[in-house]
Design a protein around this ligand. Structure first.
Ligand SMILES: Nc1ncnc2c1ncn2[C@@H]1O[C@H](COP(=O)(O)OP(=O)(O)OP(=O)(O)O)[C@@H](O)[C@H]1O
Length: 229
């Protein structure tokens, strides 16, 4: 589902590459943690999958997309296949919960009848039924992240990218969010989650890909965060 072949990314203003000869292959339906210290290249990795950056060298594949090489006009198609969740939720503060999720469908031209049917279903899936008419600032952080996950998932993407999704949440709420991401993963969605959260990585025992200074230094099938890190 995701493949990086010999990927190096050098930013113009940087002396060392942000990613250095990275090779990864992620199957459909896998759940992987991307870990590593600040500056190790995690965000760059995610940005390459979204074609927000292009590699200096190597190939990036997501599903059938040859991401680095594809024509610019096909980028929206790629991005429709990838849901994104961030540490700071990034909800539209002047729209209700329903409208935030509906927006993701409206921008890709889904008919109103579909929106009316699908949004309540996904809100129920993430445990937010009954909260459709709330504004984001009337929700807890965990609830806001559920809205963000609903918005990322409503279009049934092939891949869900999560960049520190529990970074602003307390441990109990973080566990709930992880249960939700696991549930989404069980529907067949490939999940790539960048995180610094040791306890989550240790409790989930999923594949762990560790970056250091842009290189993959570990790729464990059922890994932990690691001793002394
Ligand atoms: N737009 C940019 N221009 C120049 N250098 C950049 C740019 N983005 C990232 N870098 C550099 O690339 C390296 C990797 O950064 P990246 O943001 O991918 O790391 P990260 O692992 O996501 O860090 P964090 O955990 O802090 O988010 C760092 O040395 C960073 O300074």
């Amino acid at each position: 589902m995701i493949r990086l072949e010999g990927v190096t990314k050098s930013y113009k203003t940087s002396t060392r590459p942000a990613l250095d000869e990275v090779e990864v292959d992620v199957d459909k339906g896998e759940f992987i943690f991307l870990i590593g210290p600040s500056g190790s290249g995690k965000s760059t990795f995610l940005r390459l999958l979204l074609r927000e950056e292009v590699p200096s060298k190597g190939r990036v594949y997501v599903s059938n997309f040859d991401v680095a090489k594809m024509a610019r006009r096909r980028i929206p198609r790629l991005r429709q296949s990838i849901g994104c969740v961030f540490q700071d939720f990034r909800l539209l503060t002047n729209k209700t919960v329903f409208e935030n999720v509906a927006f993701a469908l409206e921008v890709i031209g889904k008919p109103r009848s579909t929106v009316r049917k699908v949004v309540p279903e996904v809100l129920e899936l993430v445990g937010l039924d009954g909260k459709a008419d709330r504004m984001p600032n009337e929700l807890s952080g965990g609830e806001q992240q559920r809205v963000a996950i609903a918005r990322a998932f409503v279009n049934r993407p092939l891949v869900l990218l999560a960049d520190e999704p529990t970074g602003n949440l307390d441990p109990d709420t973080s566990q709930d969010i992880m249960l939700l991401l696991e549930r989404i993963n069980r529907t067949g969605t490939t999940v790539v989650m960048a995180t610094h959260d040791h306890s989550i990585v240790d409790s989930m025992r999923r594949r762990v890909v560790e970056l250091q200074l842009g290189k993959i230094v570990r790729d464990d099938k059922r890994g932990v965060y690691g001793v002394g890190r």
